[in-house]
Structures are given as structure tokens and as C-alpha cells.
Design a protein around this ligand. Structure first.
Ligand SMILES: [Fe+2]
Length: 246
């Protein structure tokens, strides 16, 4: 089975569109989403509609999905994130807002093969930035393979019986075979707002038969996306950051 793993789309229609055009040439069977479909970007309804059309097998909610759909008020959001969330709340159709509101909290197990979550499988709003956080998650969970998002940073953490390793992806298409007997936390990166210094849209394909994860980086129309953000009256830093991937 081949899974399309999408995370942190953040209302970026152009980025998601480019990813979906790219995967038309790569056969995949089922899509999963690790949350934050909306927030920050100028096309929340289009992002939700595009994702819904994929009929994702599983999707979990992200912190922005919760605030933008009215489940939470965003007390912990910074000013810019909160402004964008309230703008998104006003723009979302009732149907799309409801679709976001009923997304489950992670972790969710997918086909008995792997788990998905937004931040961590212990706390959906917490971040895994480095090995300390990853080790803590490995210690308190038992998933052999778990995909997570939230940090917008593509990375693989591997726990073997004697060590934890970080695998950073730098190639435009990074192929990595998951070994038996090793546990993995995999972040496919962010489709709509990458923060690893690389502005290209990031996502993953996972072949559960060969156990190969491929993290792809895809160019998209960044300038058009930035113009839309500014035209919508959203805070300028949300447009600026897209061209530097921070
Ligand atoms: Fe996010």
C-alpha cells in the first residue's frame, strides 16, 4: 500500500496544488493528513475542499484547525497567528468549519501499519524539535512507526536498541528505507509553510510493502501565494516567510 502523507497545508492552495500535480505521476493508494489544513494562508476553503476531494483515509486535527473552527480561542497563539486564525474563522464555510471541527485528536492508527498525530502522540499541541523530545515520545509510546507534523520541519528520528539517530533530509527527493526492529518518528515537513530554510513544499510518500519513505520537495508559485496573502489583508510576515522557508 502506498500512502500520501500531507501535513501543515495551512490554506496554501498553490503548494497543495503543485504537490497533487506531482503525485499524479506517482501512484498512491490512500491519503492521510497530519493536521493544520488551515491557518496563515489566504485560501482556507480551497485547501479544505482539495483535501476532502482526496477522501483521506485518516486525518487528525491541528492546533490551527481547532482555533479556526472555533473549538479553541487561541490563547497561546502569537498575535500574527491569532489574527490569521480569526480571519480564517470568518472565511470558512459552515460545511468546511464543521469538517475541521470533527477531525479527531491524534494519535490515530492507520491500517494497523503506522500511527499519525499532529504534534506528538502524547500531546497533540506539543512539538518534537530534536532528539530529547523524540526520545521522550519513544519512551512513552509503543508505535513502531509514527508520522507527525506541527514543527514544519522534515526529519526522521530512529530509535534502535542502543541509540537514537536524527536523519535530516536535504535532497529534493529523499528516499529512506525503514529497518525492521528500529522505531521511527517521521515528519514529512509542511506542504504550505516550510520552516527548514527551504521554501519548497514538503510532503511524503510511504510504501508500506517496501517500507520506503520518500520526502519530496516541490516548487510552487510562491509569489502568487504571497500576493494573495497581502491582498487578503493578512499580516505581511506570513507572506514574507514563504520565500525563505522560515
Ligand atoms: Fe502548523
Amino acid at each position: 500500500m502506498k500512502y500520501l502523507i500531507l501535513s501543515d497545508i495551512h490554506s496554501n492552495r498553490e503548494a497543495l496544488g503543485s504537490v497533487l500535480s506531482f503525485v499524479r505521476r506517482k501512484p498512491w493508494d490512500k491519503a492521510v493528513c497530519l493536521g493544520d489544513v488551515v491557518g496563515y494562508g489566504a485560501n482556507p476553503n480551497q485547501a479544505v475542499d482539495m483535501l476532502r476531494r482526496l477522501r483521506p483515509l485518516a486525518a487528525v486535527r491541528g492546533n490551527h484547525d481547532k482555533v479556526c473552527s472555533g473549538l479553541e480561542e487561541g490563547e497561546l497563539f502569537n498575535r500574527i497567528a491569532l489574527e490569521a486564525a480569526m480571519w480564517t474563522r470568518r472565511k470558512l464555510t459552515k460545511t468546511n468549519s464543521r469538517w475541521l471541527r470533527v477531525l479527531p485528536q491524534g494519535p490515530v492508527e492507520v491500517d494497523g501499519r503506522f500511527a499519525i498525530c499532529h504534534g506528538t502522540p502524547i500531546d497533540e499541541d506539543a512539538y518534537i524539535f530534536g532528539e530529547i523530545e523524540a526520545l521522550n515520545v519513544f519512551r512513552h509510546t509503543e508505535y513502531p512507526i509514527c508520522f507527525f507534523g506541527h514543527s514544519h520541519f522534515p526529519v526522521i528520528f530512529a530509535l534502535s536498541p542502543d541509540a537514537i539517530t536524527t536523519i535530516l533530509t536535504v535532497a529534493p527527493s529523499f528516499r529512506f528505507k525503514l529497518r525492521e526492529g528500529v522505531r521511527y518518528l517521521v515528519n514529512p515537513g509542511s506542504v504550505g509553510q516550510p520552516r527548514d530554510g527551504n521554501p519548497l513544499a514538503s510532503f511524503a510518500l510511504f510504501d508500506s510493502t517496501s517500507r520506503v519513505v520518500t520526502i519530496h520537495r516541490i516548487p510552487y508559485q510562491i509569489e502568487a501565494t504571497q500576493e494573495k496573502i497581502l491582498k487578503a489583508g493578512l499580516p505581511r510576515p506570513l507572506a514574507d516567510r514563504l520565500s525563505i522557508g522560515r
